[in-house]
Design a binder for this molecule. Structure first.
Ligand SMILES: [Zn+2]
Length: 265
């Protein structure tokens, strides 16, 4: 499942091809992608539009069109953009310079929402907390979000309204960096642990972006190298890079969760 680093990698590749170009034609073949809107109507609105910019907010791609409309794409589990013909294509954009961009999605949980300019901010605001690499993601903000919560800290940081963009992998990695046990109650963290958590989240994500995300072997995010550098994720029984204790797997917030029982307290 793509998280912030994988989506940021997709954003960069997409922006290089889309920004400044006009969409010559658009085809959307999957009613699930745009529902409740009719995919043919969404495709008709995209055709002829020039792309002003491709941005990212949390795990959303935000494609701004010259006329003001904004296409908000969530890749969910298996969505990706492809620049060569691929299996499981759900939509295709042909650009004015001949570039063909396909949207591929094996599991079909991805979404395309074409929003009016005045809808976009609210759409994202109700779903997302601050960008973890931005200035609004402060220790006081994080402390307020965690205060009094009995949920495990792992579940708390997977809540996109606490911090936008974390998923199962980078949440585990962030907690390792911060030396915090994933099952610790969110509201019990000391101020120094909250500060370490903020730093850990930012470190894990920055590392992921630099490695162009993680390719977990299904080829969806091919080219990512972060999978070679996981500290805990998927490493049951291997020695912790910090203290040598074997990594263990548990469940937190209904998700498979890896941690070091030696140095995450
Ligand atoms: Zn350890």
């Amino acid at each position: 499942m793509p998280e912030l680093p994988e989506v940021e990698t997709e954003r960069g590749r997409l922006a290089a091809r889309l920004e400044g170009r006009r969409i010559g034609s658009a085809r959307i073949d999957d009613v699930r992608l745009t529902r409740p809107e009719d995919p043919a109507l969404v495709a008709a609105r995209l055709a002829g539009e020039r792309v002003a910019g491709v941005e990212r907010r949390g795990k959303y791609l935000v494609i701004r069109l010259d006329q003001g409309d904004v296409l908000v794409v969530h890749l969910r589990m298996t969505g990706s953009f492809r620049y060569e013909p691929a299996s499981h294509e759900r939509a295709v954009l042909e650009l004015d310079d001949g570039t063909r961009i396909a949207y591929r999605d094996l599991r079909r949980f991805g979404t395309w929402a074409l929003l009016d300019p005045d809808e976009v901010d609210e759409y994202l605001r109700i779903r997302l907390g601050p960008e973890p690499l931005g200035r609004a993601f402060t220790v006081p903000f994080l402390a307020r979000r965690l205060e009094g919560r009995r949920a495990p800290i792992k579940a708390a940081i997977l809540d996109q309204r606490t911090v936008a963009g974390l998923g199962n992998i980078y949440a585990d990695e962030a907690l390792w960096h911060a030396r915090i046990h994933p099952l610790r109650a969110a509201g019990e963290l000391r101020p120094d642990q909250i500060a370490a958590l903020r730093t850990g989240i930012r470190s894990a994500l920055r590392r992921g972006i630099r490695r162009q995300g993680a390719d977990l072997g299904d080829g969806t995010y091919a080219g990512g190298r972060m999978q070679h550098e996981f500290r805990v994720y998927g490493r049951t029984g291997e020695g912790c890079d910090r203290c040598g204790t074997p990594i263990e797997k548990t469940r937190a917030g209904g998700r498979g969760t890896w941690y070091c029982p030696g140095c995450q307290l």
